[in-house]
Design a protein. Structure first.
Length: 335
């Protein structure tokens, strides 16, 4: 039985130039995961963390009480680390520069969606936390700048998520494969439960909000019809599985095979998901597990960000399924 702490220390040798800094950040994220796990499991017993907070976030979306709670806990944990120079969150309009002596000398910046799918908390559906870690590009000894956060996804040094479901799991990559750890609350530790996760090249389910079907591009509509048709080899029709929480849908498809799609629509012509907080970390994980991630036409990890809260379409999951979906997108691009 190997704990997350032991695994981090063991893998630290893979990054001799990091001097343990990346390990320290992952340890902070582990702590935040425990705190959020604890409070999510009390959500039905207290009104302090469930329901709408009555304010909107920077995207103009209703902010749930637990969104704000998770955001503040994540920020506080990272401020306490000597290794973190700055922090960007889906819940905050601007990035936060940890403009202290140790912050100016830190090497990394963190981007996070502190609580993905938080509207599901009230009905006891799985939610998650997503994080992404980059090495800063501004000079050490200065405060971080916007450019430190607007890096393409292929520059990530680590990314992962925590899914709070029937069990709490932390899944992450540092560019050498994907590993998953299940939380044992009786011991207070995350234990390696899913080593070297590989997403099947083909899956049997697709995850998309089909209620928006009429608003989708023609390529997506044609791909969905393909998913629903029978074929000679009995591989189709695929099963539709959509939870409405990116972390939960992605996690299922990562383990069992499948494709998650959140395309453009007439309501969201640029897509709805955030490139930096959701698209890039999930794309990094998918590719490290043998899958693919695209915006329908290009690799997610190659997109050059221009805004902190930039949106993107997302096709992510099993390699062959994503390739087939993008084939339909290319064929019907002008429709």
């Amino acid at each position: 039985m190997k704990t997350l702490g032991e695994f981090i220390v063991e893998k630290q040798a893979d990054y001799p130039n990091a001097k343990g800094e990346l390990s320290g950040i992952l340890s902070s994220i582990r702590l935040v995961a425990k705190i959020i796990h604890r409070d999510i499991n009390k959500a039905g017993l207290t009104n302090d963390i469930i329901g709408n907070s009555g304010v909107e976030n920077v995207q103009g979306e209703a902010q749930m009480k637990l969104d704000a709670f998770a955001h503040e806990k994540m920020k506080a944990a990272l401020i306490a680390r000597d290794e973190v120079a700055g922090f960007g969150s889906e819940e905050e309009e601007n990035f936060v520069s940890f403009d202290t002596e140790r912050g100016r000398n830190a090497k990394y910046v963190i981007l996070t969606d502190p609580l993905d799918g938080s509207s599901n908390i009230d009905v006891n559906v799985a939610v998650g936390t997503i994080f992404s870690i980059y090495r800063r590009i501004s000079p050490i000894g200065t405060a971080v700048t916007l450019d430190d956060f607007l890096q393409p996804g292929h520059k990530q040094v680590a990314a992962g998520y925590i899914v709070y479901g029937s069990s709490t799991m932390l899944v992450y990559t540092t560019g050498n494969g994907v590993n998953g750890f299940t939380y044992d609350p009786s011991l207070g530790v995350f234990i390696l439960s899913h080593e070297n996760i590989r997403i099947p090249a083909n899956g049997s389910c697709y995850s998309i909000n089909e209620g928006n079907y009429l608003k989708f591009p023609m390529g997506v509509k044609k791909y969905l019809k393909y998913c629903q048709e029978e074929d000679d080899n009995s591989n189709r029709p695929y099963t539709s599985r959509y939870i409405g929480s990116l972390v939960s849908d992605f996690h299922r498809n990562l383990l069992k095979g499948g494709i998650y799609i959140y395309p453009t629509s007439t309501h969201y012509p640029s897509g709805k998901l955030r490139l930096l907080y959701e698209g890039n970390p999930m794309a990094f994980l998918a590719e490290q597990a043998g899958g693919l991630a695209s915006d329908g036409y290009r690799r997610i990890l190659d997109i050059e960000p221009t805004e902190l809260h930039q949106r993107t379409p997302l096709f992510v999951g099993s390699k062959n399924m994503v390739e087939k979906a993008t084939d339909f997108m290319a064929e019907y691009q002008d429709s």
